[in-house]
Design a protein around this ligand. Structure first.
Ligand SMILES: [Zn+2]
Length: 383
């Protein structure tokens, strides 16, 4: 932008209504954009990510008439730049962030919803970000790993996050979307999540467990816990290089087979399913084959279908909401990025065309014993 009218363009301050009305002496942080002449004062939750801009002074303290200054006056802050009063645009933090969801998602309903994100890699980080954008108010994020350079090409986090725990990096991203979001972090895998953490977090009917650790044993375990807490469950997993992927969901108290009853526990999985799933998880693969989850756009296409289902699940009891997918997609859905075996190998031959989403695959209890002794009746042991 040309700067020839620099002196004539008014600077503007963006600040939340709550902060504008807070006259207590304090430091304000945020960012100044020289091309737009806008000071964006960050909400408190994001202060650490901004630059120091100015201090809020009491009404009787004199102005220096240099740079940005803030003075508390008559129940709100007045801003000055080089002694000249600035225009202020205040906004209701919550209403403004979610204004574009209006008429589609109920902000008040979504703010009460809770997501347990098990695995904060490429899938989990995208799920969490999208759910935050949808207005989900509470997150429990679990992952033992560190963000590394090789993660960047398919992760929501970037170079500035490399070296930190994935849960810390993701927390920053989520707060950047909604500073009011509540985040519980657990550095570890789902099987080690303390029961007290889950007891404190889970609210029956408002909670979804999202299994995205690319690990069947973790999904089996996660579905068991979700049933214990009368929570929804979804697993999003991938075939080799994300040429295809699969989504499984479970709604509690409906007599639906759980993940293990429908698909097996990984060790006792049916032969047909095994053929399709052999690359699903091999972190601990005895052959030492490294899991190759594919490129970001392929992962994200399939993950996005899962996210739409999650939003449906979280609104199942909301009478004003019309489900997008849950009534049309079965409990188990397989999605392909390509149907060309030259790219995706013989496994993708089952698909008729690229981007196919199955609507006809039916899962059931594998056998009668499974139905009567379903792990859905699992009781969580105390830890
Ligand atoms: Zn079961």
């Amino acid at each position: 932008m040309l700067n020839i009218f620099n002196d004539e363009i008014e600077k503007t301050v963006f600040i939340s209504e709550e902060q504008l009305a807070d006259c207590s002496p304090r430091k304000l942080y945020g960012r100044y954009f020289k091309d737009t002449y806008i000071f964006n004062i960050f909400p408190e939750a994001l202060e650490q990510r901004g630059e120091f801009l100015c201090e809020v002074k009491s009404p009787d303290s004199p102005l220096t008439n240099k740079g940005l200054e803030a003075v508390a006056s008559d129940g709100h802050i007045v801003f000055y730049y080089d002694g000249k009063e600035l225009k202020t645009e205040s906004y209701g933090m919550y209403q403004s962030i979610f204004s574009r969801n209006k008429g589609i998602l109920e902000t008040d309903v979504m703010a009460k919803k809770r997501a347990v994100i098990l695995g904060c890699g490429s899938v989990g980080s995208l799920v969490a970000m999208e759910l935050a954008r949808a207005g989900v108010g509470y997150f429990l994020i679990a992952d033992p790993d560190i963000v590394e350079y090789h993660n960047i090409c398919r992760h929501q986090c970037g170079i500035e996050d490399v070296g930190d725990l994935k849960i810390n990096a993701l927390e920053r991203k989520l707060k950047n979307i909604n500073p009011n979001v509540h985040i519980e972090k657990f550095e570890g895998i789902v099987q080690n999540l303390p029961k007290t953490t889950l007891d404190n977090f889970c609210v029956a009917g408002d909670t979804v467990f999202v299994g995205c650790a690319d690990n069947r044993a973790a999904d089996v375990y996660a579905n068991r816990i979700s049933i214990y807490y009368s929570a929804y469950f979804i697993s999003i997993g991938f075939w080799e290089r994300a040429y295809a992927g699969e989504i499984f969901y479970h709604i509690p108290n409906r007599g639906m087979p759980c993940y293990e009853c429908a698909l097996g526990d990984g060790g006792t999985i049916s032969a047909r399913a095994q053929a399709n799933h052999h690359v699903y998880s091999n972190q601990e693969n005895t052959e030492g084959l490294k899991f190759e989850p594919g490129i970001s756009v392929d992962i994200n296409f399939i993950t996005t279908v899962g996210i739409k289902i999650i939003i449906d699940l979280l609104n199942l009891t909301n009478e004003g909401y019309i489900p997008r997918l849950v009534n049309d997609l079965k409990q188990y859905t397989v999605i392909c990025n390509t149907s060309n075996p030259q790219i995706g190998g013989e496994m993708v031959e089952i698909f008729s065309y690229p981007l196919q989403v199955t609507t006809s695959l039916v899962v059931d209890f594998r056998n009668e014993k499974c139905k009567s002794q379903c792990v859905c009746k699992y009781e969580l042991e105390d830890k």
